[in-house]
Ligand binder design. Structure first.
Ligand code: GLN
Length: 406
């Protein structure tokens, strides 16, 4: 929310809704001297991986306008990638900053859960939601993070953990840093160009002093299933507030209160949001709660435990950010499962609550950027940003669109 600016969440149900207060992150950015240029397009209520679920049209990828920019915060990614702004905020529930950063050839951070106040961030799935940051380069992210991180009395889940000067932590020295490699995740299902790029990245990291170590994340393969139970359950509850009474759009056609609720929600929400509300309501229903929702919560605990164990032997974990480069507009619209699979490497950091950053690792044969992901331990933003910063300095992405600045 930016005071006085529209806050539509890419949805018809919030068309013309203007925020009447600043989110804490916005207030802190303004206090630090930043200029809020505007709001950007997104998948409706942050549900999507391509920007195609926005009620206001699809953002195009600045590298190739026949392709998606990724999602859900694709508008922010395109604004940074095309050089309109140096940095932008986005929301991160399951990869919505890292995946578009990867598709647009820029840097994107999802911080530790609780690192940045969510006051003024419209809720999708409250136990997974974070504010994330896009930067043209890692130092842009570091500056923004230092300005907005830290405890906020207006968000009880924001943590009272000291905020370092992240820019000062970008020393470039990553000598001896242990980089966890999950061999199972560099194989089947990965586009061959992405696979090669991740293998090159491992060699590159060695060249600048890091030490690869093999680790396992045995429950990572359940990430997508768990995410689409927990995220939809929480969304079905959070989105109950959009009823035509409190905010934005109200159906003109209605006959009585109940009819008004139903018609407003039917006309106001798009297909993907409806699909999620239906799924979420189903997994929370009395007959299925134990089979789906409770079980997903248990597997979520195991996914978190995998990370805690892994960080006993490594300082950061390297994976691809997304199994493919940016796909074409329209290509996955009829196949929600294929769309959901673009988040296979990103959702588990949200389920566990750990921080993760995506930076460019090179270009694929189709000329599109590939992203590599570094996942860190709790509150380890400085560590993963240092490794990411050292990497991008030593191996800068070549071939960025000419409208790039800086
Ligand atoms: N693409 C994922 C989804 O559709 C993640 C979205 C997000 O992080 N907001 O839910």
């Amino acid at each position: 929310c930016v005071k006085g600016m529209q806050a539509t969440c890419g949805s018809r149900i919030l068309a013309n809704y203007k925020a009447h207060y600043d989110a804490t992150s916005v207030e802190r950015l303004k206090a630090a001297g930043a200029i809020i240029v505007g709001k950007t397009n997104m998948d409706e209520f942050a549900m999507g991986s391509s920007n195609e679920s926005s009620a206001f049209g699809t953002v195009k990828n600045p590298w190739d306008t026949t392709r998606v920019p990724g999602g859900s915060s694709g508008g922010s990614a395109a604004a940074v990638a095309s050089g309109v702004v140096r940095a932008a905020l986005g929301s991160e529930t399951g990869g919505s900053v890292r995946q578009p950063a990867s598709f647009c050839g820029i840097a994107g951070l999802k911080p530790t859960y609780g690192r940045i106040s969510r006051y003024g961030l419209v809720a999708f799935a409250s136990s997974l939601d974070n504010i994330g940051i896009f930067g043209q380069h890692v130092p842009d992210i570091a500056k923004v993070l230092s300005a907005i991180a830290g405890r906020d009395p207006l968000d009880s889940t924001s943590a009272d953990v000291a905020v370092p000067n992240y820019a000062a932590e970008l020393t470039g020295d990553i000598n001896g840093k242990r980089i966890g490699i999950v061999r199972d995740l560099i194989g089947e299902g990965l586009d061959p160009d992405v696979k090669n790029s991740i293998e090159d990245a491992i060699d590159n990291l060695k060249k600048i002093g890091a030490v690869p170590v093999d680790i396992t994340l045995p429950h990572a393969k359940y990430g997508i299933a768990v995410y689409y139970i927990i995220a939809t359950a929480e969304a079905s509850s959070n989105l109950a507030r959009f009823d035509g009474v409190r905010y934005g759009f109200r159906s003109e056609e209605a006959d009585g209160l109940r009819d008004m609720y139903m018609k407003t929600r039917d006309e106001g929400f798009g297909a993907e949001v409806k699909r999620r509300i239906l799924l979420g309501t189903y997994v929370l229903s009395s007959g299925y709660y134990d089979a789906y929702y409770s079980k997903a919560q248990k597997v979520r605990a195991l996914i978190k435990q995998d990370y805690t164990r892994a960080f006993e032997t490594c300082d950061a974990i390297l994976t691809a950010t997304s199994p493919t480069t940016a796909f074409r507009i329209g290509e996955r619209l009829d196949d929600p499962l294929a769309m959901y699979l673009s988040d296979i490497f990103t959702v588990s950091a949200n389920l566990a609550g750990v921080p993760a950053v995506s930076i460019p690792s090179g270009l694929a044969s189709d000329g599109m950027p590939i992203g590599l992901q570094l996942v860190g331990n709790f509150w380890g933003e400085a560590e993963i940003l240092r490794i990411a910063g050292a990497y991008e300095t030593a191996f800068p992405l070549v071939g960025r669109p000419s409208l790039f600045v800086g």
